[in-house]
Ligand binder design. Sequence first.
Ligand SMILES: NC(=O)C1=CN([C@@H]2O[C@H](COP(=O)(O)OP(=O)(O)OC[C@H]3O[C@@H](n4cnc5c(N)ncnc54)[C@H](OP(=O)(O)O)[C@@H]3O)[C@@H](O)[C@H]2O)C=CC1
Ligand SMILES: O=C1O[C@H](COP(=O)(O)O)[C@@H](O)[C@H](O)[C@H]1O
Length: 514
Amino acid sequence: MNVESSNAQGAIYYIFGATGDLAKRKLFPALFSLYKEGKLSENFAVVGLARRERTNEQFRADLYESIVEFCRYKADDVELWNRFAEHFEYMPLDINNVEAFRGLATLSDQLDAKFNIPGNRLFYLALAPSLFGPVSFSLRDGGLLESKGWHRVVIEKPFGYDLESAQKLNDQITQVFKEEEIYRIDHYLGKEMVQNIQVIRFANAFFEPLWNNNHIANVQITLSETVGVEERGGYYDKSGALRDMGQNHMLQMLTMIAMEPPSRLHGEDIRDEKVKVLRSLRPYKSSDEVRNLVVRGQYSEGSLNGKELPGYRQEDSVGENSTTETYFAAKLAVDNFRWAGVPFYIRTGKRLPVKTTEVVIEFKSMPQNVLFAQRHDLQPNLLVIRVNPMEGIYIKVNAKTPGEDNSVQPVNMEFCQSCQIGINTPEAYERLIHDAVRGDSTYFTRWDEVAQAWEFVDRIAAAWREDSADLQHYPAGSWGPEKAEKLLAQDGFKWWPVNGQEEDNVIWVSNSGK
Ligand SMILES: NC(=O)C1=CN([C@@H]2O[C@H](COP(=O)(O)OP(=O)(O)OC[C@H]3O[C@@H](n4cnc5c(N)ncnc54)[C@H](OP(=O)(O)O)[C@@H]3O)[C@@H](O)[C@H]2O)C=CC1
Ligand SMILES: O=C1O[C@H](COP(=O)(O)O)[C@@H](O)[C@H](O)[C@H]1O
């Protein structure tokens, strides 16, 4: 794949769903940041598209609000903003109206001429998934794919509801776009520390040789959220944590941890290795096995930081007897030579005590009868990758307590990246939009990955559909069902504390000043 250099070519960005939440909170701020960093240059245009009527002035006013609220906008950015805003147009359009797309093609030609753009088109579909197929047909039939340059489509999640629906969706989109023109977003792949996983693994002589079942005891991935379902009850009640987070973000992070080193740092080589991991996931063989190895929960009333919180079933647009899971934890096995025998534990949930995403690599313990281990209860070594919102890594080692002859103490040595350069810089969407326009699909999910992930998740969903007796209720603000603790305890492990919450006797050495 030929990745174009940073801002060598201009493009028109079409934001379908321009009046929606995602555009406001993520896409417009990301475009502004890219502009500010000089990554868009001046030969670009953005066309906002949705059904409701808006003048260009109104659209730019909405855009301004979103940038002030969600971006690193400063008062002295005014001039920059004025120049940026000139590149934006709005066009009211229903995605089923092919005639309107012909008008859009005419507008596009004008924008190409005005901004010296060589016919490149990036279509961002911030729309409900049921509209992905129809909008692709309208783009083709309305003549939007006839320009000289490249044509790429960026598609939001969820990509389907199960394998069957994802397959249908893919069949529709691939009638119009080739696989290499399709950029399926998983915003976790755009996060700094998720991308850093491969550097940590493959650029460090003291991790790479240990990265296997000889030395690693287990892997834990936690993606905990304090929020509930907010205004998305309607969507979430049909989806649940397994589809909302498991099928995509969690399995994608797992692939980054477990994949073999690619032969080259090329997008396709990396994605080839990731899909092999998904193929190696051991499928649950029966519904009983799902019940034993996958825990599901739903939050009930509770409190967090002194605030009373409603239960899930009391949330807007959620069924009063809903059995949708807002939490799940699972034990997975990757059946290949590198990982045979190493459990991967994953958990995610809403209304948990902290917002954090962390990956913990627990190394095998020292032999129990040798030297210091005879006399001390040594803790296992850990490598912890902090993804979100704090970014960085720390390692847990055992060291002599200074000044005391006979005492060993765990020490966490941390590189807190976000303490140094600010939180989540650059934002995932910013990075991914930039990648898409440069033609780099490394951190987008390929169809075979999506299909394989659905195949794995569908078995869990099928077992859950049989009956909901195993659904555990947990108070909002707690760490979820107790059964999730047992999942590890039965293997002799425990969930390690996340978010820097540590046991009392651990010493921290950190650039955060902790
Ligand atoms: N919001 C978020 O944080 C996240 C969202 N996503 C995904 O992004 C996508 C968009 O989400 P979100 O922005 O929250 O959704 P919203 O409901 O806020 O926005 C939907 C947008 O689609 C437009 N639209 C709806 N029907 C049509 C149509 N027939 N023709 C043209 N435009 C139409 C709406 O505008 P109008 O009514 O004016 O036509 C609106 O701009 C979804 O797939 C969602 O799952 C993924 C991750 C996070
Ligand atoms: O995709 C989604 O992700 C968010 C969590 O993303 P983060 O970057 O804030 O960690 C989650 O809240 C949402 O339910 C889900 O659809």
